[in-house]
Design a protein around this ligand. Structure first.
Ligand SMILES: Cc1ncc(COP(=O)(O)O)c(C=O)c1O
Length: 465
């Protein structure tokens, strides 16, 4: 028999006790000619699979201590998924019921994971202003009012969220780098991670650690117009009908020294490189954060140490950032080489289009008829006051002559929508697109890097095959 030296390291009494103490892994290949050291903190190695286990645990404990959550109670949260997952796992182990309200853009995998933990999942439609009754927060608050013993976790405004990172993520990084960290990079969703960790690291270093936010390009945190984007769980959108834009209390913007604004395509390219060159299969917001870390590190010297948080794993996004079908429908780079010509090859790059005609959602039926002219159909998109290319996920449907037949001229067009037109990205192989739209005659929306760049007749794509 081999003798063993007893060790309790890595042995825990419960799921809750296993949260935190995630590893830092150095990036070796995607750093190209960068001289600084870049470490990624792998938060998917938390027991619930994401950084959100930390906030979920601290919020739940605080509610139990304050008496807001009692035995037999119900945990309710509005979340893009991971916080719900952490809460559902912790609640399952403690005997609470869990209801999670998620936006419809959340991946199928995340919804399935929540249900697997016994959580009830309520899907709300996307693209609603924050004060709308169907906005996920309004739905969650209504449930809390209706269900006796229900507690709303409220990660956006719950001080236990940033407190979790002040107490755990910050001290872990300080100790793991032996106090050598010079730059801390994290995405901003609720702001809990960057606020708590940033505040701790600034204090521990006497104010020398620089804190850099990673934000989707159009998010309002970094100064964008709030147009939607495709990387889940980070940034802050601004619906054009939102009257007062509220930023979360969990985000203390004064802790952030600068923000890197990262286009979706850059996040996705970084994700694909990390999987292929570093062995790291990470979630979308990790791509955004690591892209920001690489930008930051490019200007630094060999003494500098950058630590970036990777919030979750790519396993929950196989149907998105790692799916050639999804990537191709939006004109993002595919994961591998493409066989045969792409839609971009056939249509020309940039895609030649007389005009990218879309119908704004608040147009009248008369205006829509005029825009439609002789065309068979046009996409109807969420109306914005700012200019710039429309993101494909802001397509609400389509107008067609038949769909508008008999509609009163001064009705708003969004009351007379037909089914949305098929999407074809510039990066998609023509063969795949033709197979997918075989049943469709008429216009197709062409996308490039997530945005609408043209509306062309399907015959133009078929002619190039
Ligand atoms: C995958 C992922 N990335 C990033 C974040 C943002 O972190 P925070 O809310 O602490 O700003 C979240 C939060 O839900 C997340 O789930």
């Amino acid at each position: 028999m081999t003798t063993v030296t007893p060790s309790t390291a890595g042995v825990f009494d419960s799921f809750a006790d296993a949260v935190g103490n995630t590893p830092l892994v150095r990036l070796n290949r995607v750093v190209d000619d960068i001289r600084a050291t870049v470490y990624v903190k792998l938060e998917y190695l938390n027991p619930g699979g994401s950084v959100k286990d930390r906030a979920a645990l601290f919020m739940l404990r605080a509610a139990e201590e304050s008496g807001e959550l009692r035995p037999g109670g119900t945990v309710v949260e509005a979340t893009s998924g991971n916080t719900g997952l952490g809460l559902a796992a912790l609640a399952a182990a403690r005997g609470y019921r869990t209801i999670v309200v998620v936006p419809d853009k959340v991946s199928q995998e995340k919804k399935a994971l929540l249900r697997a933990h016994g959580a009830e999942v309520i899907v709300t439609p996307g693209l609603r202003p924050v004060d709308h009754p169907e906005h996920l927060r309004s739905v969650a608050l209504r449930l809390v009012e209706e269900i006796p013993g229900a507690w709303f976790a409220g990660q956006y405004d719950n001080p236990a969220n940033p407190a979790a990172h002040r107490a755990t993520t910050g001290p872990e990084i300080w100790s793991q780098t032996g106090g050598r960290i010079t730059h801390f990079v994290a995405g901003v969703g609720t702001g809990g991670t960057i606020t708590g960790t940033g505040e701790y690291l600034k204090e521990a270093s006497g104010g020398t650690v620089r804190v850099i936010g990673a934000d989707p390009e159009t998010s309002v945190y970094g100064g964008g117009d709030g147009r939607v984007w495709y990387i889940e769980a980070v940034g802050h959108i601004l619906h054009p009908e939102t009257e007062t834009d509220l930023w979360p209390d969990s985000y203390h913007r004064e802790v952030v020294d600068s923000i890197q604004r990262i286009p979706d395509v850059e996040s996705i390219r970084v994700l694909h490189r990390l999987a292929k060159e570093e062995g790291l299969l990470l979630g979308g917001s990790s791509g955004t954060a690591i892209a920001a870390a690489l930008r930051t590190a490019r200007g630094l010297g060999p003494e500098d140490v950058v630590v970036v948080v990777a919030p979750d794993s790519g396993r929950a996004y196989l149907s998105k950032y790692y799916s050639d079908e999804w990537l191709g429908s939006l004109g993002f780079p595919l994961t591998g080489a493409v066989e045969g010509p792409t839609v971009g090859d056939v249509l020309g790059d940039p895609v030649a289009s007389d005009a990218v005609l879309t119908v704004p959602s608040r147009a009248t039926v008369a205006e829509a008829r005029e825009l439609l002219g002789d065309a068979a159909a046009l996409p109807v998109v969420l109306q914005r006051s700012t200019s710039g290319p429309t993101v494909a996920s802001e397509i609400l449907g389509a107008v067609t002559g038949a769909g508008l037949a008999g509609a009163p001229a001064d009705d708003v067009v969004s009351a007379h929508l037909s089914a949305a037109l098929p999407l074809a990205g510039t990066t998609a192989p023509v063969r795949e697109v033709i197979a997918r739209i075989a049943e469709h005659e008429g216009p197709v929306v062409i996308t490039h890097e997530g945005r609408i760049v043209a509306v062309v007749d399907s015959a133009r794509i078929e002619a190039g095959s």
